[in-house]
Design a binder for this molecule. Structure first.
Ligand SMILES: [Zn+2]
Length: 436
């Protein structure tokens, strides 16, 4: 039995799917206007583990998992203008890089990855319905959701109206009837991307795309809606308002699952603060994708996680130990203690501790797969991938250090490799290596 902390209920609840043969999960995905940072991948990894757990518990075909790509947004338009290219150039580039970085972290792509611009007709249809039902109004070319028309507004975040007004960071648009009213559709200038609509040429606001794409691909009420805690208000509150008002009050999601934020130097990691690090930068520093994934899973997903070199080193050391135990074994049965840990609100710290306690290599291998870990054989892992490229890179780094008479660094590299079971042998033709 899986239990999940439901943000709306403010407690852990037993997970009972509407239909165990078609469990539906939606997670808010990236806005593709620049390279995502490691913090953006925490939800990708956490919900990847939840997807694996659901498939283990209910069957391989039991889950339909959708994660959207926001490919129309003002930041995208600004990036396209800055480069002098169409928005598609920006969005296709960064959507592909998001997929590539996720792949390096062992994230299985969701079953459905809908793009907002591919759903403009669905979006217009939903806005039209909200309008007809008296939940929206038109002002100065915009269509806005009227929050006062929805008595349930605030049901997720449990905020009072004052903090909602503060949290909505209201720009004082004079055409808004209420301060928390939000944009469903906005007008586009001639030089801006836009689509024809009953309200003139324009483009969708951000919140409506998720409601429209969930309806299109998963239905009116889904089992699990996930995302970062920073999306709880106003984004998810607005999704709920749009969807339930369009669907005669039907709830949008039965369980709301939010991950905590990643921080660096005790600030929330965000592009606007500039204190970010991207997956490709971390890989270029010699860290391996699986180590980064492990690091993201060390903390309980709802808690904030501080990203540091120490966290990565801890992940690396623990993972090395697990590979030593697993060796080159084939997968066998999954340890039930690991399943139980993950089933208790995705308790990855406990699951990792339980992995550490397994001494049967084949059981360890199978159990780690539930967290998307130990995908390689020990031989591949300690060689630095099947082709040994990481070891070759370390040898080149050591040669450069020796040439620069930096013998401390050269010795450190040799010692680090030795700790991983790799012996370097210097000869007249250069340095070769072998497994201990
Ligand atoms: Zn969303």
């Amino acid at each position: 039995m899986i239990r999940l902390y439901d943000t709306m209920a403010r407690e852990k609840r037993e997970f009972v799917p509407q239909d165990p043969e078609r469990i539906t999960m939606y997670v808010c995905g990236p806005t593709v206007y620049n390279r995502a940072h490691i913090g953006n991948f925490r939800p990708a990894v956490v919900f990847d583990v939840l997807a694996r757990l659901i498939r283990h518990t209910y069957g391989a075909d039991s889950l339909v998992y959708a994660r959207n790509v926001t490919d129309i947004e003002d930041k995208i338009m600004a990036a396209a203008t800055a480069e002098g290219v169409p928005i598609e150039t920006i969005t296709s580039r960064y959507a592909a890089l998001y997929e590539e970085d996720g792949g390096a972290l062992g994230v299985t792509p969701p079953d459905i990855e809908p793009f907002a611009t591919g759903h403009v007709l669905d979006i217009i249809a939903m806005i039209d319905r909200l309008n007809a039902k008296g939940h929206a109004y038109i002002a100065e070319g915009h269509v806005l959701f009227e929050v006062a028309s929805d008595p349930s507004y605030g049901i997720l975040s449990h905020r009072d109206i004052e903090s909602m007004i503060a949290g909505a960071r209201v720009d004082v648009a004079p055409y808004k009837r209420g301060p928390t009213d939000f944009v469903l559709w906005k007008p586009s200038g001639e030089d801006q991307p836009g689509w024809e609509s009953p309200w003139g040429r324009g483009r969708p606001g951000w919140h409506i795309e998720c409601s429209a794409m969930i309806e299109r691909h998963l239905g009116e009420t889904i089992d699990i809606h996930g995302g970062g805690l920073d999306l709880e208000f106003p984004h998810h509150e607005n999704e709920i308002a749009q969807s339930s008002c369009a669907h005669r009050g039907a709830p949008l999601a039965r369980y709301w699952v939010h991950n905590g934020m990643l921080s660096m130097a005790s600030d929330k990691m965000s592009k606007s603060l500039g204190n970010i690090v991207t997956v490709d930068q971390l890989l270029a520093q010699g860290h391996r994708g699986e180590v980064l994934r492990f690091a993201l899973l060390i903390g309980q997903y709802r808690q904030p996680l501080e990203w540091s070199g120490q966290l990565i080193a801890q992940a690396k050391a623990t993972l090395d130990g697990l590979y030593r135990t697993a060796g080159n074994a084939e997968s066998d049965e999954i340890d039930q203690a690991v399943v139980e840990a993950l089933s208790d609100d995705i308790n990855t710290p406990l699951a990792l501790a339980r992995l550490n306690a397994i001494d049967d290599p084949a059981v360890l291998k199978a159990s780690a797969a539930l967290l998307g870990l130990l995908d390689s054989t020990a031989d591949e892992w300690f060689r630095g991938g099947a082709d040994g490229t990481i070891i070759e890179a370390r040898i080149a780094e050591r040669a450069a250090a020796k040439k620069a008479r930096d013998f401390a660094t050269a010795d450190r590299i040799r010692d680090e490799l030795k700790a991983e079971g790799i012996i370097l042998e210097d000869g007249p033709g250069g340095t070769t290596w072998r497994r201990e």
